[in-house]
Design a protein around this ligand. Structure first.
Ligand code: GDP
Ligand code: MG
Length: 380
């Protein structure tokens, strides 16, 4: 599956992306993690952002990308299963525990991959500088907020294994990711993919919400939940509720009623399902962004939500992820932010504002606020 390069919205998304974080792509087996990594790599490379993919899933035998680092060079699932007499699940956990015990291998391979990606980016930049058109494009991206240094920094995607135990109670993935952030100073954001097909079954949807919540709490990373394979949603038949219900995780009691009706649960199970639904609602952390991986605009939207989850829209960069876990990408915040930004952009375009002149922006903000019936912001 490849991204539709012809999409005319691509350049709009690219100019606005910051994405100075690396992504940890997680989710159950078959939800589309490897396809997502290949798609995002293609999307970012086409914008001039050097991107590398690190395969940490020993069960990935064929990949639509060329991994810059591959766990199979360290440990192979089939060999482990044979030598240790383990099944696929046990074998996979063994492999990840083995990786945890050999993190110096990962550190060395990752450093090597980043160095060679940086060298390739520097060579490409030097070549581009010789071409005046490419140089102008580069200047446009600098004006849009990305520095030349940021453009050279490779963007790292970690394609992770799908076994749910690794994100709910086994500690190895958590420890590996903690070393990446605290030991190696990487800024990470978890992108948790969930197959949209789960929306068709209320019990499975509630299970997926619980897994998403448990993963968020366990990993303690900025986290974006994504409903993948949206291109297939219509072929799945009519949903019980509209899509917003599932994306924004609205009143789950409706689903409890539905399970009751369909499955005729004994009342003790209804109480349990209801308590689980309350638990998810009580945390108020789980919401989904829809993704159609073959649509560049959709990939760009998910990456923008990643920026928000990392707090870039709230201020400058910090070296670690500490303290920004709370900045979850809530649907309420999403719509408010996007509405305001969009309206401001429209106003700027209408007024013909092309540069970031502070006085002009202040005037626009004042007229925007006046139009909306709220007082203009106080001048400093
Ligand atoms: N229709 C559709 N199929 C997808 C999408 N993403 C992944 N797939 C397919 O789902 C299957 C599993 O995808 P894969 O990326 O290997 O999942 P992983 O196990 O999570 O890494 C493959 O056959 C993919 O082609 C998508 O967005 N739409
Ligand atoms: Mg995979």
């Amino acid at each position: 599956m490849t991204i539709d390069d012809e999409s005319d919205t691509t350049s709009g998304h690219l100019v606005q992306l910051l994405n100075l974080v690396d992504l940890v792509v997680i989710g159950p087996p078959g939800c589309g993690k490897t396809t997502y990594c290949a798609g995002v790599e293609q999307f970012l490379n086409s914008s001039g952002r050097v991107t590398i993919v690190v395969n940490l899933d020993p069960a990935n035998f064929t990949m639509a990308y060329t991994p810059a680092v591959d766990i199979a060079e360290l440990v192979q699932l089939d060999v482990v299963m044979e030598e240790e007499g383990l099944g696929p699940n046990g074998g996979l956990i063994y492999c990840i525990e083995y990786l945890e015990a050999n993190l110096d291998w990962l550190e060395e391979k990752l450093a090597e991959a980043i160095r060679s990606a940086e060298a390739a980016a520097a060579a490409a930049a030097a070549e581009a500088m010789a071409d005046p058109t490419a140089m102008l494009q580069n200047m446009a991206s600098v004006e849009a907020g990305t520095s030349a240094g940021a453009a050279l920094k490779p963007y790292v995607l970690f394609d992770c294994p799908g076994q749910v135990e690794l994100y709910t109670h086994n500690q190895s993935m958590r420890n590996i990711l903690a070393t990446l952030t605290q030991g190696w100073n990487m800024r990470l954001c978890a992108v948790h993919l969930v197959d949209a097909a789960y929306c068709t079954d209320p019990s499975k949807y509630i299970s997926v919400l619980l897994t998403s919540l448990a993963t968020m709490v366990q990993l303690e990373l900025p986290h974006v939940n994504v409903l993948s394979k949206m291109d297939l949603i219509e072929s799945l038949g009519k949903l019980d509720f509209n899509l917003e219900f599932y994306l924004d995780v609205l009143n789950l009691e409706y689903l409890v009623d539905l399970i009751d009706e369909r499955e005729g649960q004994a009342s003790k199970y209804r109480a349990l399902t209801s308590a689980l639904a309350d638990l998810v609602s009580g945390f108020g952390l789980v919401a989904f962004v829809p993704l159609n991986i073959s649509d560049a605009a959709s990939v760009g939207t998910v990456l923008k939500v990643v920026d928000k989850a990392n707090g870039y829209v709230f201020g400058g960069l910090e070296r670690s992820n500490d303290g920004i876990f709370g900045v979850a990408a809530s649907p309420l915040y999403r719509s408010e932010y996007e509405r305001t930004t969009l309206e401001l952009e429209k106003a700027r375009a209408t007024a013909g504002v092309v540069d970031d002149d502070e006085a002009e922006i202040a005037a626009l903000l004042a007229s925007y606020a006046a139009e909306k019936g709220s007082p203009p912001p106080a001048s400093e």
